[in-house]
Design a protein around this ligand. Sequence first.
Ligand SMILES: *Cc1c(COP(=O)(O)O)cnc(C)c1O
Length: 361
Amino acid sequence: MVKRVVNFNPGPAALPLDVLKIVQEELLDYQNSGMSILESSHRAKEFEAVNDAAIALVHEVLGVGPDYQVLFMGGGASTQFALIPMSFVPAGQTAAYIDTGEFANKAMKECQIVAKAHIAFSSKEEKYRRVPKMNEIKYPEDVAYLHLCSNNTIEGTQYHEFPETGKIPLIADMSSDIASRQLDYKQFAMFYAGAQKNLGPAGVTLVVIRNDFLAKAKTGLPTMFTYKTYVDNKSLYNTPPVFAVYIMKLVLEWVKKQGGLAGVEKVNAAKKDLLYGAIDANADFYKGTVEKTSRSWSNVTMRLPTEALEDKFIADAKKEGLIGMKGHRSVGGIRFSIYNAVSLDDIKKTVEFMAKFRKTA
Ligand SMILES: *Cc1c(COP(=O)(O)O)cnc(C)c1O
């Protein structure tokens, strides 16, 4: 029996064990092809079937119809920060950005390199402890789009409602909470996610765009920077990250088996209730770092009374097989990244450890 840790890594992150077992089983001889999917041509029927199935599963699991295009791209979510303003802000126009954390801010800064960015809201002065209330979001009527980050991975905040933007297209970076809860994905003109948190391994970025918004994209950009290239070629214009797409397909099948978004949401709700419950029950010792109404279901952040105690917490936890909780270098503290592949049992073990540590520390 292989020994597996409780893995709270923020990304690349835990993958479902059932998925890894399928990968292992199929690694040397993929479906009687006599070779690994890693060695197969991206033009071969084996991979084409994987690619088609992955696209269909994104539509099915996230509930977006044929009026949306599903693309698999390279360069991570960070490349989308640049490609979006390059493609969708016409000359002289402005795009609106909500600044709720390090990644949201990076997205805005990339826009400022190629176009103008209007700050529709910022919680930077409040150390990014919250996302906005809907009536705090302000932007001119003629912006090209409004961009937000649905879950702030580093800070541990998440939107629990989204602004109604009318005719202004809404774009979301969903890298750390895609497919983690029930959501009307159709309220977004576009959303994207690096796969390495909730969808699979690093190497592929899921991009979903509504046709009417895609039609507004600028032409004249280099081929690989043009969304339509990916649409017209089912993301097979050049060699795609075949292994990452294959594992993403397996993860989406796994999500379906858990009962789809409703199923994973139920487990994720129980997980975050347990963990925040353990923090709040010991509020003199474990201090949540964000406003309660903005708390993330994906990244749970807290501080202990001293940094020395935080280091001890991490070291002691490791002895019990709990790893990956060191807060991001920019904020410190403790962060539990509790993506879909982290189980309710993992969280039960964790709150037992927290109670024990509280008593002995
Ligand atoms: C991890 C993360 C990113 C960066 O993704 P890369 O794929 O490494 O470029 C961007 N946005 C959010 C919200 C993230 O969590």
